[in-house]
Design a protein around this ligand. Structure first.
Ligand code: TYD
Length: 211
């Protein structure tokens, strides 16, 4: 996977974690900090990083009735399919691409959280794209902190603390499976302190990758 990325250039960073972990804040701070250091950093997100993705996002988060986990996954997967093409486009320009969420969100939420076969999720993902993150930043928080932080919960965020606990544990399992690309941070830390910690790790990874 890494060979493919190397061929198209760029460096792919994903932010992951349960709702309210601070991904959006930290992803944007990282983009700003990297730009200030002279790097060409592109920010994007799932669900909704493309026009099609934004329409899918509306269904996924606003539809206020039950959606079975397979349908839910396939909707996220269709969003990702559109998004992956954009990611490749930006990576092939040699950019640092920062994405809030990617494949691991489906594994953690629909797989560990919702009980859908992880093999199945991985299989569909392989059909969608062969790109893999070079670095995944997991912002770890407890479900209680999550519930406190999320003021207006969407359809997924309304699934409750047991669900969030399963999703969080799923991420912790993924961080062990993919030790080479995962770095875990304490998402409950003060945002500026946390952003400096993240920047330090990212800079070291970029130096090792590009130079
Ligand atoms: P989120 O990152 O919280 O978006 P925003 O902060 O803009 O509302 O993502 C929305 C929800 O979608 C979140 O609860 C996680 C969920 N999600 C999945 O369940 N599976 C996936 O594959 C993805 C990408 C997201």
């Amino acid at each position: 996977m890494r060979d493919y990325i190397s061929k198209i250039g760029g460096f792919f960073i994903t932010f992951e974690g349960i709702d309210g972990c601070g991904k959006s804040t930290q992803a944007k701070l990282l983009q700003e900090n990297l730009k200030n250091l002279g790097y060409d950093a592109h920010w994007t997100k799932e669900p909704g990083g493309t026009d099609i993705g934004n329409m899918v996002r509306e269904i996924l988060l606003k539809y206020n009735q039950e959606i079975d986990v397979l349908t839910e996954f396939l909707l996220f997967a269709s969003d990702r399919s559109a998004h992956a093409k954009e990611l490749i486009k930006e990576l092939s320009k040699g950019k640092i691409v920062i994405s809030e969420r990617f494949k691991d969100s489906s594994v953690a939420y629909q797989g560990y959280g919702g009980g859908l076969s992880i093999n199945f999720i991985e299989r569909i993902h392989r059909e969608i794209t062969i790109i893999e993150p070079d670095l995944t930043i997991l912002l770890d928080i407890s479900p209680l902190v999550s519930i406190k932080r999320v003021k207006a919960p969407d359809r997924i965020e309304k699934k409750g603390t047991d669900y969030l606990e399963r999703v969080r544990n799923g991420y912790l399992i993924l961080s062990k499976l993919y030790k080479n690309r995962y770095v875990i941070f304490d998402g409950s830390k003060e945002k500026n302190e946390l952003s400096q910690e993240i920047l330090k790790v990212v800079e070291n990874k970029l130096k090792a990758y590009f130079f």
